[in-house]
Design a protein around this ligand. Structure first.
Ligand code: NAD
Ligand code: HSE
Ligand code: NA
Length: 434
């Protein structure tokens, strides 16, 4: 049988890894797929020193691949929403299947892309777009298909987790670790996407759609990055038995879906609290299976290529399948998506860590406690830190029970208005994840 022919668009970190894995494991891959898979052509602006391309043709024109009638599968590894979107839409229009690692593109334009793909009867596979090499899309769409998924929570940005880990373990400076993450090929072209939580929000948007069967709604995700975290909070959290991780959380409630990315205190004895460096982990809670955890490298050339190549194999295996009998792009049949709304952040419910700077005078604590209790916020614990700061201020840490965000906003405004409290109240959400 004729080999299946692949065109690789973009030969950077992931494109290079994909070429190398396809070549190195070609024999095993053919035994799995039932067909030989060949790279017919590559589109690249620069050659990748990690790749020995041999006689594989290279062009600078991505559309030469998209319009090449020999190519069955377009592998989009350029990134961004510009050329990448045109490549994917034109590939679909030309009747080609698509494999992509581009979470930004799927999170923002996925509804349109999947609609076009379904109309044309082609597949768009995107396992590498979430949590790199971890087969989380596969697990959610297929392995957990019996369940009503209650929530998904994950460390889904490798760069951010690498930065937090190096800062905590080695006391390294933020900028220094970010530069290393860029050199290692983990970071996005614009690393603000990593450290401001945008990349994690893209991935969470995708996970939430697949978990709950809702359309992709990136614009409704609440997004907070790691740039405002301080070592003081990391240390205070540790003293209380917690780790701070940058988490994406998608939770189904009675009234809608919480979709939020933010730094989070997690009890230190949870497995996910001990996921370090570029590793990612995603917890999924299904009503039948209970809590499950998926762990592995979230970024890097070959871990990501692992997912890209698995998708290529999946496409090859189902090339001749009736399109109506394939696994739906968003796990649920396209005509059965739910209109469950994504909740505004004011309506989400979480517990909190609060850091206050109070005058060391009697009565301050009582005033703070009154403000919280008047709003129905229960205090789990209060710790007055030993350290005395300038002007007689003492850091005070409070852990609260779960509360609706709007109530907490009101309480914080009232606390900040107290004469005995200096500066803003620092808040970090807390998740028990059990
Ligand atoms: N790096 C990772 O660990 C990782 C992991 C998962 C997903 N991703 C995603 O994979 C995609 C690629 O990321 P990357 O890290 O490999 O990026 P990269 O910058 O290393 O590679 C992108 C390549 O595309 C090339 N390119 C850009 N425009 C082009 C054009 N018009 N024609 C041909 N080539 C063009 C660039 O020259 C570059 O070599 C992105 O969507 C990214 O979000 C990356
Ligand atoms: N920049 C991303 C790449 C993997 O999607 C990260 O660091 O997680
Ligand atoms: Na993945």
């Amino acid at each position: 049988m004729r080999p299946v022919k692949v065109g690789i668009c973009g030969l950077g970190t992931v494109g290079g890894g994909t070429f190398n894995v396809l070549k190195r494991n070609a024999a095993e891959i053919a035994r799995r797929a039932g067909r030989d898979i060949e790279v017919e052509q590559i589109a690249a602006r620069h050659l990748n020193p990690a790749c020995e391309l041999g006689d594989t043709p290279v062009t600078e024109d991505v559309f030469a691949l998209v319009d090449n009638p020999e190519i069955d599968i377009i592998v989009e590894l350029i990134g961004g929403y510009g050329v990448a979107r045109d490549v994917v839409m034109r590939a679909i229009a030309n009747g080609k299947h698509v494999v992509t690692a581009n979470k930004a593109l799927i999170a923002v334009h996925g509804n349109e892309i999947f609609k076009a793909a379904s109309e044309k009867g082609v597949m768009v596979a995107f396992e590498a777009s979430v949590a790199g090499g971890i087969p989380i899309i596969k697990a959610l769409r297929e392995g957990l298909a019996a369940n009503r998924i209650n929530w998904v929570a994950g460390i889904i940005n490798g760069t951010g987790n690498f930065i937090l880990t190096e800062m905590r373990d080695k006391g390294r400076a933020f900028e220094d670790v970010l530069a290393e993450a860029q050199a290692l090929g983990y970071a996005e072209a614009d690393p603000a996407f990593d450290v401001e939580g945008i990349d994690a929000a893209h991935k969470l948007t995708i996970l939430a759609s697949i978990a709950f069967g809702i359309p992709l709604q990136f614009d409704k995700a609440y997004t907070e990055g790691i740039t405002r975290l301080t070592t003081d909070d990391v240390n205070y959290a540790e003293a209380l038995g917690y780790r701070i991780k940058h988490l994406g959380v998608a939770r189904r409630t009675e009234t809608g879906v919480e979709l939020r990315v933010h730094p989070t205190l997690i009890p230190e004895d949870r497995l996910i609290a001990n996921v370090n460096g570029v590793m990612n982990a995603v917890m999924v809670h299904g009503d039948a299976v209970g809590p499950t955890l998926y762990y592995g490298a979230g970024a890097g050339a070959e871990p990501t290529a692992s997912a890209v190549v698995a998708d290529i194999i999946d496409v090859v295996r189902t090339l001749t399948t009736d399109p109506n009998n394939r696994v739906p792009h968003l796990a649920f049949q396209a005509n059965s998506l739910s209109d469950l709304p994504v909740l505004p952040v004011e309506q989400i419910e979480t517990a909190y860590y609060l850091r206050l700077h109070a005058q060391d005078r009697p009565g301050v604590l009582a005033k703070v406690a009154t403000i919280l209790s008047e709003r129905g916020i229960n205090i789990e614990s209060i710790v007055q830190m030993e350290a005395e700061e300038q002007d007689g201020l003492v850091p005070m840490i409070l852990l609260t029970h779960e509360v609706i965000e709007q109530q907490m906003n009101d309480a914080i405004a009232a606390i900040e208005a107290l004469e005995d409290i200096a500066g803003p109240v620092i808040r970090i959400r807390v998740e028990q994840l059990n």
